[in-house]
Write a protein of this length. Structure first.
Lengths: 237, 574, 250
């Protein structure tokens, strides 16, 4: 009934000397880039379309790279990193609204860190965060408005929190809130790297907004590196 | 007849009182405070509408970060202000003032009764009103803010709204309970507690208007009470009375069973809300009738047609509700039915207004402040009623629906209509209730500036609606056609702030009259109805001797009489 | 294209049935003005003629009933005429007499969602692809079933293009809450109700760029829920359809 408290404050302070192992890999996609329609911004908000010079943007829901890998997959250590309290990164995580699109589309941040939502667009946005663990929020952000800073106090990565713009329905982003620094988002090459792990056994989870989750268990020794591969295919989540 | 009571302590006498006059004053003060609060909400909205995106002066710095962005209003807060302005003005302002305050205070006096039929029920109905009002106001402090789905709370929007909507539903449960208890009280009181000789057709028109209003409350409100419970269940208990299947909000499917209908909410809501608008106007018509009769020194013209019109209006008011729903996909048969009933219901209103107007013919018209407000009511209600015509016909309504024309229409009826009638009533019965006079000069300043600014607010809205500007828009200038009409918005906003200032003489007058030594006589207006037979102010039990009624309510300038008025309660020789 | 001239009264009318509606609105307002001026003159006259002054007393029963009944019958008759001769036929024409197939209407689905409109055309095959609520996704706002071949050429855009002089039948649906499809210059308003598909039709009689708005409170972004309406000549409309067709990669 009550959301699980953050694990960030558990455990002994992290000793960086222990972080000698690495897990790397890539996320493959079995299939071609699926059909989708380009976003027509002009009919809805001309200011959005003008920022792209009238060129229609593709939705970022499924991006299959030329090398057969999948972008925007959130990869993280689901278990195996308990018992430590890791130092917090400096500064806030950031979600930007540029050209009526969110950047980045998928990101991870630390439990207890703040998310700074910025806009540089000449049109009003409305940031709506659908938190299932963290509190939902729904805040207006007129053109040139100040940053909206939301502190994420609880773990939320199963699934990550969805953020939508209420005014421009094609805008959406995902933010995963994680109690340790072992997470990554695949980019153009579909690759990820989780460095500075302590030696041990970990469950690594890969999450994609449309194709769901996949898990693998990996054991990695001191000063060693392991490579794994995930493969998603086109099926309903 | 006063009974011998043990002397009551302060709390029993003024806070937990069962005396209809104390309850009436409690209702009056509470309602005026809520009206002022609702007015303040609107004044903030008016700033955003006239100067979109500009920081709000005075209060901008005081509001929280979910309400303003560096002082400038946010859309979420604007929607809350809109929904709560309507809710507060209708359910916490006008109805408690018109029925709870004036009805409670004046009706037992005008029928010669010592109190209402159920004094303790009366107290309970006031307390339910206060609880409901507090619940409504407190909702502003919730993290998600107050209700923001319009005073109409249409499903499914209201079902998905933040917790402020749940508070709205809970507040409505209490407010409706208050009106139901009050309505029953009025019906029984008027039917059973009339003095000897006071037959139905000797009742003052004000009492008739309260009787019909009470029936409207008792018969119509249960529909909204039930609907509010159903909507609360949709929000909290996983039901789908108003949610159809297959809804997708914000990209995620709604976790509801589905199979419900949003139109069901609208039918239930408007089944109440149409009779509700007659609840808002009838007591005001009653007050205006009283003030006109007294100040024209002749009987009201067409008293009987007016009473029959009241009864016909009350009956018909249950058959027109879907004229608020013409745009929901209604076919020709249904819309024809409701257009016909809507056209027919305009007839009794026109009869009542025309009779009041014709009552001026052959009169000897005095112009104290209550009469100024009562006279202004006539053309103002006229404009309000007339502008209902293009809205009541489905085809022009296709263009005017949910535009500023509608806002102008209903505000004309309720603001320079009912509220002016309320002012007339306050100035008229003030000497009886308080034993003091109000200052005439301050009253005239209050009247003229209020009249000016009321028109300055609502007449531009008619044109804005014609220009195609929709209502409930945080920033209408997004639309080009609304940008062209922006000058009208600015006119309206400045008139609204002017109207606020115009109330200052009224407030000063209140204190001025309290400090004056000079007391008012028992019957300063030389009126004929029974409330003027009591001492000033009336004691507990009201009448020194139980009154007996010998004639009709408006026997002024009777040929052959000694004075130009023959009170109902004085047994003159024939 | 010329900028439409907006002001403080009715916006320009580009709709075929708009003239009927404008006629009714103006007629009713003349009637209202006549009543109001009549009442007001009478009131002001009475206030002056019958004001209290020394030597002037009120008369107990000054008028006979005949006058009022005549006025009442007149008002009721005028309302009946407006209702039967004007309002009902226009309403019937707009709401139930849909254009026949041989008028070659443009058929478009209009999908309302918080807080933008989406317009779905059937494409060259003239058939709509299957849509369902279960297919709604961030990259598929129209809810098309991509396995259905009819939907491959469907055009889904956020601005409405229509040709001048050809009727348009719009089927209105909504994904979430009640919206209202309003185009002031076309003189149409139609609520969009969840769980219902409501058809309306209209026909433009001149070209231009205009705005579509939402006329029923639908939440935070209600004020921003606008879309562009482009009325163009039949040739330009065809050219636009062709452009959209090739933008789909077909």
């Amino acid at each position: 009934m009550f959301p699980a408290p953050s694990r960030a404050a558990d455990g002994k302070p992290w000793d960086p000397a222990l972080g000698t192992a690495t897990i790397t890999g890539s996320v493959k996609f079995d299939g071609k880039q699926p059909r989708s329609r380009a976003i027509d911004m002009a009919g809805a908000d001309e200011k959005c379309a003008e920022m792209h010079g009238g060129v229609r943007q593709k939705p970022e829901t499924v991006i299959v790279n030329d090398n057969g890998t999948l972008s925007n997959v959130f990869v993280w250590v689901k278990s195996g990193a308990e018992g430590w309290t890791f130092p917090m990164p400096e500064g806030d995580a950031s979600l930007e609204q540029v050209g009526c699109m969110y950047t980045p589309h998928v990101q991870g941040m630390r439990t207890g860190q703040s998310l700074a939502i910025k806009t540089s667009d000449p049109t009003a946005h409305n940031v709506h965060g659908f938190g299932k663990v963290n509190r939902s929020f729904n805040r207006s952000q007129p053109a040139n408005a100040a940053d909206i800073v939301m502190r994420m106090r609880r773990d939320e990565s199963q699934p990550p929190m969805k953020v939508k713009c209420d005014i421009h329905p094609w805008m959406n982003a995902y933010v995963a809130v994680v109690p340790h620094p072992y997470y990554a988002v695949t980019g153009e090459g579909g690759a990820f790297e989780l460095p500075n792990l302590p030696p041990g056994t970990f469950v690594i989870e890969a999450w994609h907004e449309k194709y769901g989750v996949m898990e693998q268990t990996v054991t990695v020794a001191d000063n060693a590196s392991q490579t794994i591969e995930f493969s998603f295919s086109k099926k309903k989540k | 007849m006063s009974e011998a009571h043990a002397e009551l302590g302060f709390l029993r006498k003024y806070v937990f009182s069962t005396d209809h006059k104390v309850i009436g004053i409690q209702y009056g003060i509470t309602a005026l405070v809520f009206l002022f609060f609702g007015f303040c909400l609107m004044m903030m909205m008016r700033w955003q509408l006239a100067y979109p995106g500009e920081p709000i002066p005075l209060v901008g710095g005081l509001l929280g970060e979910t309400m303003v962005d560096r002082g400038a209003m946010l859309p979420n807060f604007y929607n809350q202000l809109g929904a709560m302005h309507g809710t507060i003005m209708v359910f916490m302002g006008i109805v408690p003032l018109a029925v709870g305050a004036f009805g409670n205070y004046v009706v037992p006096l005008q029928i010669g009764a010592p109190d209402m039929a159920f004094p303790r029920l009366n107290m309970a109905s006031y307390q339910a009103f206060v609880v409901g009002g507090v619940v409504m106001l407190v909702s502003f402090l919730l993290p998600g803010g107050a209700a923001s789905s319009g005073w109409t709370s249409y499903a499914p929007l209201a079902v998905f709204a933040t917790s402020g909507q749940t508070f709205w539903l809970l507040g409505m449960l209490f407010l409706i309970a208050s009106s139901l208890l009050g309505g029953i009280n009025f019906i029984v009181t008027i039917i059973h507690l009339r003095a000897d000789g006071l037959t139905f057709f000797r009742l003052p028109f004000f009492v008739w208007s309260q009787l019909v209003t009470a029936f409207l409350l008792v018969l119509a409100f249960p529909a909204l009470q039930a609907a509010a419970i159903l909507q609360a269940m949709d929000r909290l208990a996983g039901t789908s009375f108003f949610l159809p299947s297959g809804l997708v909000v914000g990209g995620s499917a709604v976790a509801a069973a589905g199979g419900g209908s949003p139109l069901l909410w609208q039918h239930l809501f408007w089944f109440l809300a149409h009779p509700e608008v007659y609840v808002l106007i009838l007591p005001g018509m009653g007050i205006v009738a009283e003030v006109i009769a007294v100040n024209t020194r002749k009987p009201l013209w067409g008293y009987k047609p007016m009473v029959y019109s009241l009864l016909f209006l009350g009956f018909l008011s249950f058959g027109v509700w879907a004229h608020h729903m013409y745009m929901t996909g209604m076919g020709t048969t249904m819309s024809t039915f409701f257009q016909i009933t809507t056209m027919i219901i305009s007839i009794p209103s026109v009869i009542i207004l025309t009779c009041l107007v014709i009552s001026l013919w052959g009169a000897s018209i005095r112009f104290p402040v209550p009469m100024l407000f009562a006279l202004a009511f006539l053309p103002m209600f006229g404009i309000g009623g007339l502008t209902g015509l293009p809205l009541g016909l489905a085809a022009p309504d296709a263009f005017l629906h949910d535009s500023y024309y509608v806002i102008g229409h209903f505000h004309y009826v309720v603001a320079p209509g009912t509220i002016f009638a309320m002012f007339a009533g306050i100035y008229h019965w003030w000497p009886k209730a308080t034993g003091r006079h109000m200052n005439e000069t301050l009253g005239r300043i209050h009247f003229w500036f209020s009249f000016l600014f009321m028109n300055g607010i609502f007449m531009p809205m008619m044109f804005e609606g014609m220009a195609g500007v929709s209502r409930r828009l945080f920033d209408p200038t997004i639309y080009t056609h609304a940008e062209a009409a922006h000058g009208l918005t600015i006119m309206t906003s400045w008139s609204a702030w002017g109207l606020a200032l115009a109330q200052i003489p009224f407030v000063i007058n209140f204190f001025w009259s309290m400090r004056k030594e000079e007391r008012a006589e028992e019957n300063p207006w030389q009126a004929t109805t029974l409330e003027w037979a009591t001492p000033t102010p009336p004691p507990h039990g009201n009448f020194v001797e139980t009154p007996v009624v010998y004639r009709g309510p408006y026997e002024y300038s009777v040929p052959g009489a000694e004075r130009d008025f023959s009170p109902q309660f004085v047994k003159q020789g024939g | 294209m010329n900028e439409p001239q907006y002001g403080w009264w009715l916006p320009p009318n580009v709709s075929a049935h708009g003239d009927d509606i404008d006629l009714m609105i103006n007629l009713i307002h003349w009637f209202m003005l006549a009543l109001f001026v009549g009442w007001s003159i009478f009131i002001v006259f009475c206030l002056i003629r019958f004001r209290a002054r020394p030597g002037h007393a009120a008369v107990y029963e000054p008028i006979e009933a005949r006058f009022n009944r005549w006025l009442e019958v007149g008002v009721a008759a005028a309302e009946a005429v407006v209702l039967i001769a004007f309002a009902m036929p226009v309403w019937s024409k707009i709401k139930t007499e849909f254009p026949a197939t041989n008028t070659n209407p443009v058929i478009v689905r209009v999908i309302g969602e918080q807080f933008k409109w989406l317009f779905h055309y059937p494409g060259r095959d003239g058939k709509f692809g299957k849509t369902a609520a279960e297919y709604y996704a961030d990259d598929n706002p129209a809810g098309l079933d991509f396995d259905d071949d009819d939907g491959i050429d469907d055009i889904t855009v956020r601005g409405l293009h229509i040709p001048e002089g050809r009727p348009v039948i719009a089927r209105l649906v909504t994904k979430d809450v009640i919206h209202s499809f309003k185009i002031p210059v076309m003189r149409i308003t139609q609520d969009v109700v969840p769980g219902m598909e409501i058809p309306i039709w209209f026909e433009a009689k001149s070209t231009g760029e205009f705005q579509i708005g939402c006329a029923q409170l639908c939440g935070l972004g209600h004020y921003e829920m606008k879309a562009k309406l482009t009325i163009e000549s039949p040739q330009e409309f065809q050219r636009w359809l062709d452009e959209e067709h090739s933008a789909l990669g077909l």
